[in-house]
Write a protein that binds this ligand. Structure first.
Ligand code: SF4
Length: 716
């Protein structure tokens, strides 16, 4: 009988930004296949202390069935031909030739990369270096643009640097918890359990939920403000008005540690609680109660997510919430502060390596000459090599592909034909593109059919690297089994193509930049770029992560430990050292309702599904909680339209339509409907809810307003 060996490997869950530690059990048959057979929460990991949510517990089942995985590179010479399998050498040479040729003919900005917050930090690093350092384009954006970029803009403008000032321990120490635009019970379940435990221990802890929907999180709140969609800024301004005029602000903190308060105070003078409550559609007493609980709390923590970020005014929403903390001094102390909950497992790591169109490595700025010079020096590039021109962010990137301004795109570890707003235009963009490279683990995503070349990627449980979770903690991701077929780690694929392009394009005298043999070497180079920066990780390497487990940044060389909270000394990361208030007037949603499109469509997550379901959709048990797609409508709204539960309805916006079964639900208010973001081409005849969503973006964060669109609903 063949010998079967069992292993247990410590790693990190691949889904959300909680970043739970996991222990993966695998079986290896001598001379035969390996497979993941079990999982447990890692009791030692400081994010979850052994807990996992339903998605995490079902990870082995997502790896159980090799069918549906991409196992060989494939390419096609002509668009109307089917792809055929090729070996890696042919695939890599072809990609390198095509990209180098397009750069030589049209310039570096004719190429773009669209990558993912689910890539590991090392993968992200190599892609970013390939685009910016080798090809000379900043056209590398990521699905993190759809996720956290408004939080990034808010932190940078208010506090001077990206990243939350808080840590998970604050969940247990907060006395007032304000959830804004976050159904945390579903989206960050393990952290939500920590909050539940804390409230059980101390029933005096207050929860305030601000959300247009009565989510499961809202149902458990002490106070739920079901605001009209998009009115968050008015609410926060109204709360600030109350705090100012009731003397609940911390004048000494404002005077010593902030600037710009007078201008904001002038603005919020107009936002009386009555005016704000009316505008938001909530009771005046509820707005005042929220302000009182926040302002009088010994420790107020706010937790926020896509409801604030996925908005054409997402930056202002983030700023207006941060203002409440700065005005009351609720920041930099245990249990207090603004805490953005990262959607994806490694959106933080991607920002750290600068893997977006608007930033450089280690939180540096593309427009800053000194920053460009530092990166050029660290990458061994001649002066003035890096482009000073900001790259194309997600929405304009696909528009540029559609118009022909960008000729080629390399999509890695993400499914834009499901997740981008107004996906009809994304499909057109990929049809118009001269060359589409798709790097994927799974065969059945909505984007795969558009690939001219398909590169099979290793995925969770099959590769090595690191991720950074919502509290700035870097954890190792480890390989438990070999990838199927010829699939390779994402960093390896990018590195191999880069080496080939380097041979074709690099000017003489430039030292090779892509000599990486293993992920630890990439991490070491990334670490060297962070030294002296706000996110300094000079004290973290793979050896420390191995010996001491996950670590938080900043963690400079020589420090005994990372820093759990930032700005505890009242010194912020701005040039003046003071946090900055901004003037944040309320602005309505980008697409108002009208006679033709009278309903407000909200989007969000289900409890047991993840993004486009390419992984969770493989596990029958994960459909038990929400078996079918559906459009949720308030019963009286449905009755007025002659619609009944279960019948098929057509959801129509200015951009497109889709058909869904109707669900009657009191979760939404009259005039508002809700659909989950997950269902797409694998499960529907259409591409999902982004057939109708709209692509307006926030002017500063460039994040699209995926949370709201004006629609009408008809019998199908
Ligand atoms: Fe994974 Fe997030 Fe669930 Fe933790 S909470 S097990 S990281 S999906």
């Amino acid at each position: 009988a063949p010998v079967v060996r069992r292993t247990r490997t410590s790693s990190t869950c691949c889904y959300c930004g909680v970043g739970c530690g996991v222990l993966i059990d695998a079986e290896h048959v001598d001379g035969g296949p390996s497979r993941i057979v079990g999982i447990e929460g890692d009791p030692e990991h400081p994010a979850n202390f052994g807990r996992l949510c339903t998605k995490g517990r079902n990870l082995p089942q997502t790896s159980a069935d090799p069918a549906g995985r991409l196992t060989h590179p494939e390419l096609r010479r002509l668009r109307n031909e089917p792809r055929h399998p090729v070996d890696w050498a042919v695939a890599l040479d072809t990609v390198a030739d095509r990209l180098a040729g397009i750069v030589q003919q049209h310039g570096p900005d004719a190429v773009a990369f669209y990558v993912s917050g689910q890539l590991l930090t090392e993968d992200y690093y190599v892609f970013n270096k390939l685009a910016k350092g080798l090809l000379g384009t900043n056209n590398i954006d990521t699905n993190s643009r759809l996720c956290m970029s408004s939080a990034v803009a808010g932190y940078k403008l208010a506090l001077g640097a990206d990243g939350p000032p808080t840590c998970y321990e604050d969940l247990e120490l907060a006395r007032t918890v304000l959830f804004a635009g976050s159904n945390m019970a579903y989206a960050h379940p393990v952290l939500f359990r920590r909050l539940e435990d804390a409230r059980e221990r101390d029933p005096e802890v207050r929860w305030i939920v601000i959300d247009p929907r009565r989510t499961d999180t809202a149902a458990m709140a002490d106070l739920h403000l079901a605001i009209q969609p998009g009115t968050d800024v008015a609410l926060f301004n109204g709360m600030l008005h109350h705090l100012i005029w009731e003397g609940l602000i911390d004048s000494a903190f404002i005077a010593n540690h902030t600037e710009g308060f007078a201008e904001l105070k002038q603005l919020v003078r107009d936002y009386t609680p009555r005016m704000a409550a009316d505008l938001c559609g909530v009771a005046l007493a509820d707005l005042i109660q929220a302000a009182e609980w926040f302002g009088r709390s010994p420790a107020a923590l706010s937790l926020y997510c896509m409801g604030l970020n996925q908005s054409a005014h997402g930056t202002d929403k983030n700023l207006a919430l941060i203002h409440l903390h700065l005005a009351t001094g609720q920041i930099g102390r245990p249990g207090a502060g603004p805490f953005s909950l990262t959607g994806q497992p490694n959106a933080m790591g991607g920002r750290e390596v600068g893997g977006m169109a608007t930033m450089l490595a280690a939180h540096r700025e593309i427009g800053n000459e000194q920053h460009r010079a530092e990166v050029e020096q660290l990458w061994g590039l001649p002066a003035h090599t890096l482009s000073a021109k900001p790259g194309l962010s997600a929405v304009p990137l696909f528009e540029a592909l559609r118009s022909g301004q960008v000729k080629a795109v390399w999509i890695a570890c993400t499914n834009p034909v499901h997740s981008m707003p107004d996906i009809g235009r994304v499909r057109e963009a990929l049809q118009h593109a001269e060359y589409v490279i798709v790097q994927e683990a799974f065969r059945n995503t909505d984007t795969v059919p558009y690939a001219d070349v398909l590169l099979p990627a290793a995925t969770w449980g099959e590769k090595e690297g690191t991720v950074t979770n919502s509290e700035r903690r870097i954890s190792r991701v480890r390989q438990a089994v070999a990838p199927p077929g010829q699939a390779q780690p994402d960093w390896w694929i990018a590195n191999e193509v880069a080496r080939r392009i380097e041979a074709r394009l690099a000017p003489p005298g430039v030292a090779p930049m892509f000599e990486f043999k293993e992920p630890s070497a990439i991490f070491d180079e990334h670490r060297s770029l962070t030294v002296g920066r706000d996110l300094d990780i000079g004290g973290i390497d793979y050896a420390r992560l191995e010996a001491e487990g996950p670590q938080q940044w900043p963690f400079a060389a020589g420090a005994a430990a990372g820093q759990a909270r930032r700005y505890g000394d009242g010194v912020f990361a701005t040039a003046s050292g003071k946090a900055r208030f901004h003037v944040t007037p309320y602005r309505p949603v980008a697409e108002p309702t009208s006679a033709r499109f009278p309903l407000r469509l909200l989007t969000g997550r289900l409890r047991d599904q993840w993004h486009g379901m390419s992984r969770t959709g493989r596990v029958p048990g994960l459909f038990a909680h929400s078996p079918e797609p559906g459009l949720r409508m308030q019963p009286e709204d449905a009755a007025r339209r002659g619609l009944a539960a279960g019948e098929l309805v057509r959801v129509i916006s200015k951009r497109g339509e889709l058909v869904l079964p109707l669900e009657l639900s009191d979760e939404v208010n009259s005039g508002t409907v809700f659909a989950a973001m997950h269902w797409s081409g694998q499960f529907l005849s259409s591409g999902g809810i982004n057939e109708v969503s709209q692509p307006a973006v926030d002017a500063r964060s460039l994040q699209p307003e995926l949370k709201h669109a004006a629609v009408r609903v008809e019998k199908a």
